[in-house]
Write a protein that binds this ligand. Structure first.
Ligand code: ZN
Length: 313
C-alpha cells in the first residue's frame, strides 16, 4: 500500500510516494506558487500525478491552522484567504481520500514514526522556516489541541511591545526567529547603513528570498549582521522553548526545518544553551536533536497521517 505525502512549505511544495516502512520511493518538488489556494491545490495535484504510481490516499501538511479538513488560517503563504476547504478540493481533484494536518505537526509525526523522535512519548518539535512552527507529542500520541491550533510556539510572546510579528501581534518568537521577519530586519538595517553579504549571497544563489541556504552561507562566512540577527533569533527562541518545556515537561526537543538540516546538532546545541537559563526543572535526560529525516520528515509524516486515515476507514 503506497501513500502520498505532501509537504507545503513557504518556499516549495514536496510530494513523495511512501511505503509501509516509511521509505520514500519517489519524489517530486516545485516552488510554492504565490497565487493563493487554487494555485497551491493545482500544484499539489500536478506533483501527485507526476509520481509513477497512484497512492491509495494522500496526506498533506499545510502551514496553518487545520481543523476538520479546512485551513482556518495560513499566515505564511501569499494570497491565501481564510477558511479554504482544501481537503475536499484535493479529494475531488485526486479521487482518493485526503488527510490534512498542520505542516509542523505532520513533520514531527514523520520524525516520530521514523526519525529522531521515534520511541519517545513526550516531544516538542520546533521547526525553523519562513515562520517558526511547533508540534507536540504528549503521552505517546500526537497532540493537536481542541481545534488543531496547538504548538504555535512561534507566537509565544517573549518581548511585549517588541518587534511586529506576521500574526499582527508584537514581540512573538517568530518576529525575531522567523526567516521572513529576519529578512525584514536585515533589510531595515541595510537601509540604516549596515553592510552585509546576505543579499549578495541571495543573488549569487539565484534565490528570491533569504533562504536557509543563504543564512547558512552568510554564517559560514562570518557575516557580522547575519551573526547578530541569528544570535537574536536563537536567544528569543530559547526563551520561548524554555517556557514550553516548563509547561509540558517533555523529554526531547527536535529542531527541524531548513536551518536544522544545514546546521544540524550545532543548531540544537545553541538553542539548548539559549533555553538553559529559563528552564525550571527540566527532565534530567532532556535531549536536543536536529530532525533526522531532513527534507523528508514532512512527506513521511503526511503519508503516516494518510495511512492512519485509511486504516481508520
Ligand atoms: Zn506572532
Amino acid at each position: 500500500m503506497l501513500l502520498g505525502g505532501v509537504d507545503v512549505g513557504g518556499t516549495n511544495i514536496e510530494v513523495g510516494l511512501v511505503d509501509a516502512e516509511h521509505q520514500v520511493l519517489a519524489r517530486a518538488k516545485r516552488d510554492t506558487p504565490y497565487g493563493g489556494p487554487d494555485a497551491v491545490i493545482a500544484t499539489i495535484v500536478e506533483l501527485i500525478e507526476s509520481l509513477d504510481e497512484t497512492p491509495v490516499a494522500v496526506g498533506a501538511g499545510i502551514p496553518g491552522v487545520i481543523h476538520d479538513g479546512r485551513a482556518l488560517t495560513v499566515p505564511n503563504l501569499e494570497n491565501w484567504v481564510d477558511q479554504v476547504d482544501i481537503g475536499t478540493e484535493l479529494e475531488q481533484a485526486l479521487g482518493v481520500p485526503v488527510a490534512l494536518g498542520n505542516d509542523v505537526n505532520v513533520g514531527l509525526l514523520g520524525e516520530w514514526v521514523a526519525g529522531a523522535a521515534h520511541g519517545f512519548d513526550n516531544v516538542l518539535g520546533v521547526w525553523m522556516g519562513t515562520g517558526i512552527g511547533g508540534g507536540l507529542i504528549l503521552d505517546g500520541r500526537p497532540f493537536n489541541g481542541s481545534r488543531g491550533a496547538a504548538g504555535e510556539i512561534g507566537h509565544v510572546v517573549v518581548r511585549p511591545g517588541g518587534g511586529l510579528c506576521t500574526c499582527g501581534n508584537r514581540g512573538c518568537v517568530e518576529a525575531y526567529a522567523g526567516r521572513r521577519s529576519m529578512a525584514a530586519i536585515a533589510t531595515a538595517m541595510v537601509e540604516a547603513g549596515r553592510s552585509t553579504s546576505l543579499f549578495e549571497i541571495r543573488d549569487a544563489e539565484g534565490k528570491q528570498r533569504l533562504t536557509s541556504k543563504v543564512w547558512a552561507r552568510a554564517l559560514e562566512e562570518a557575516d557580522a549582521l547575519a551573526e547578530q540577527l541569528f544570535e537574536m533569533a536563537i536567544e528569543t527562541l530559547g526563551i520561548g522553548v524554555a517556557s514550553v518545556i516548563n509547561t509540558l515537561d517533555v523529554e526531547l526537543v527536535v529542531i527541524g526545518g531548513g536551518l536544522a538540516e544545514k546546521l544540524g546538532q550545532d543548531l540544537a546545541d545553541r538553542i539548548e544553551r539559549a533555553a538553559a537559563p529559563w528552564m525550571l526543572r527540566p527532565h534530567p535526560d532532556l535531549s536536543w536533536v536536529p530532525a533526522a529525516l531532513g527534507d523528508d520528515s514532512g512527506v513521511v509524516g503526511a503519508a503516516a497521517l494518510a495511512r492512519a486515515t485509511v486504516l481508520a476507514g
